[in-house]
Design a protein around this ligand. Sequence first.
Ligand code: DC
Length: 231
Amino acid sequence: MTAPVVTIDGPSGSGKGTLCQMLAHQLGWHLLDSGALYRLTGMAADQRGIDLAEESAVAEIASSLDVAFIPGEPGEPTRVILDGADVSTELRSERSGGLASQVAVLPAVRKALLQRQRDFAQLPGLVADGRDMGTVVFPQAGLKVFLTASAEERAERRAKQLKAKGESVNLGALLGEIQARDERDSQREHAPLKPAGDAVQLDSTGLAIEEVFQRVLTLVSTRFAVIDQGD
Ligand code: DC
């Protein structure tokens, strides 16, 4: 039996990450944070002093990433170990997001990460978080959601997260970075950020994460009703 897959795609700050963690936890399914693989590739290349435009060298890093994801307790973030070192904090930084966005434009890197991502589809099921989960990586997924929110609201959410970590925040600069990354992610030639033709589109602007979670959970239980009945 093949594992059921739910894909959640959308721009950064749309609430995908939190939503996917809540879903995976509720359903008892595996979680793929595909953005983390792009971030790790960018970080590893940067650490080794490799020029991020050197496509084959960066792809080599992507295919040989020595990484472990250690799930946290419910509500706790997953710990990420790269080459034996805990990089969980650095992974979530704006800097690693920028590095990820640069390596994500390289087709050889996307290709190198494809099978690694597909290997996450294991029973009892998978929640896959990314930009091209429904369009490229899991085109046969049983449920595809495309989650958006206005750039202003995404910048405000990010500012709140950074303030909670005690970091200083420039809202205008954050908004500019988010818009630049959206532009790069949606305009790139390979696997651009766009909804799959059969995706359910959900705008989370003005919605609490709990409301988004309940809506998606309803979709999951409708789509996967057969599985829930144990057939
Ligand atoms: O979701 P995130 O912020 O961790 O993603 C970091 C970058 O990686 C983002 O700029 C786009 C890229 N990415 C991608 O191209 N494809 C994915 N499936 C996931 C992320």
